[in-house]
Design a binder for this molecule. Structure first.
Ligand code: PMP
Length: 407
């Protein structure tokens, strides 16, 4: 008998085999963080059990093994993003730290009063606030390209905001609040035409759509491991080698130096110049295992599976009276953001929770998006490779219950 692959994939995720309030767990909060396959958990456990040591400095066998595993993980990330070289891969805490690194190192070094940074109206706070900080420090000005009612970037308006004053364009690849997939190739091309550098926030893209930084030609790309079936506390900043080479360090400390005297310090080569202090070794090794896991299934296969689920779910919720989707872009990844007439999103979340269905309710760290749609918050169901049609059915049944309670 043919078993759909998703039921095999589910077996790889121990956390899914539990009940919540006596109901099977239906985990639909993957945009916040995804669950971890046993291979990732096992890889981290083995790291601590078998070869925990500090990297890049020990002369002993364990340190060499830890260093090899840490650097092998970097190679896996380079392959995952199709970077030219592992020197372009900087391990950071997450997407947030990746953006802050670029704002503080690249931005602070090049921005002059009157220069402009262009973002979009659908950014996560982590791709807004770091730019506001660097604007205050340098006198640069933050510009925001608008979105339409469907939650798509208004491309003509974006183009109009570009000028020779634009030094940095920072845009989300996939919106966490709306699900919109941005036309990032065109964004990069138009931005480069005026001489601006481009950072893409890939937090919601890397787990759900294929990413090729050479094809995109973006200058920086940031994502978090924990949304990609990897550990928390580890993420990646990709940067073009020539840019990273020219940038000053973000933080000072051990590992990022070659020679230190009290008079001056010679910085280390890439990417170590940007990795001050003992890194999250176990996290990087775990992320490497997560990338292996994803590669084993295939990101294209995952994208197709999630896209089918999104279509199924979009149709299913369209039958629920008073429910309105927030974000109806033509190109969307597996995120369903919605509001229901007369019900606060937090009440939706609570009622669903008691049915075992985990979603998120809130502003999704994208308050300007909530303002744009004049809602205080939305309820958001977000998919991962292990979600099934039955999960969507449970969501819809839960939403009917919400309707009963408030109807
Ligand atoms: N950007 C987007 C689009 C996100 O969804 C998130 C996480 N919600 C972030 C950035 C920040 O990621 P992290 O908190 O892992 O640094």
């Amino acid at each position: 008998r043919h078993v759909e692959p998703v039921y095999r994939w589910r077996e790889d995720f121990p956390v899914l085999k539990q009940q919540v309030y006596g109901k099977p767990l239906v985990y639909l909060d993957n945009a916040a963080t995804s669950q971890k396959p046993a291979a990732v958990i096992e890889t981290e456990r083995r790291y601590y059990e078998e070869y925990n040591a500090n990297v890049h400095r020990g002369v002993h066998a364990l340190s060499q093994k830890a260093t090899d595993a840490y650097e092998a993980a970097r190679e896996k990330v380079a392959r995952f993003l199709n970077a030219r070289s592992a020197r372009e891969i900087v391990f950071v805490r997450g997407c947030t730290e990746g953006v802050n690194l670029v704002a503080q190192s690249y931005g602070r070094a090049i921005l002059k009063p009157g220069d402009e940074i262009l973002i979009t109206a659908m950014e996560h706070h982590s791709n807004i606030v770091p730019w506001q900080i660097v604007c205050r420090e340098t006198g640069a000005v933050l510009k925001v390209a608008p979105i339409n009612d469907a939650g798509e970037l208004v491309f003509e308006a974006f183009e109009k905001l570009l000028s020779e004053r634009t030094k940095i364009v920072a845009a989300v690849h996939v919106s966490n609040a709306l699900g919109t997939i941005n036309p990032v190739e065109r964004i990069v091309e138009r931005a480069h035409a005026v001489g601006a550098k481009v950072l893409l926030d890939g937090a919601q893209a890397a787990p759900h759509v294929p990413v090729d930084v050479q094809a995109l030609d973006c200058d920086f790309y940031a994502f978090s491991g924990h949304k990609l079936y990897g550990p928390t506390g580890i993420g990646v900043l990709y940067g073009k080698e020539a840019l990273l080479e020219a940038m000053p360090p973000y933080q000072g400390g051990g590992d990022m130096i070659k020679v230190v005297t009290f008079e001056k310090t010679l910085y280390n080569d890439l990417p170590y110049k940007f990795e001050a202090g003992t890194p999250h070794i176990a996290g990087a090794v775990g992320l490497g295992a997560a990338l292996d896991y994803v590669a084993g299934i295939g990101i294209e296969t995952i994208a197709a599976h999630e896209h089918a689920l999104l279509q199924y779910a979009t149709e299913a919720v369209s039958g629920i009276k008073g429910l309105r989707l927030v974000g109806t872009a033509r190109r969307k990844a597996g995120i369903l953001s919605f509001v229901m007439e007369g019900v606060h999103p937090h009440d939706i979340g609570t009622i669903l929770d008691h049915q075992g269905v985990a979603i998120r309710a809130g502003h999704h760290c994208a308050m300007p998006v909530m303002d744009r749609y004049r809602v205080p918050a939305t309820a958001r169901a977000s998919f991962a490779l292990y979600n099934t049609r039955e999960d969507v059915d449970a969501l819809v049944a839960g939403l009917r219950k919400v309707q009963e309670v408030f109807g």
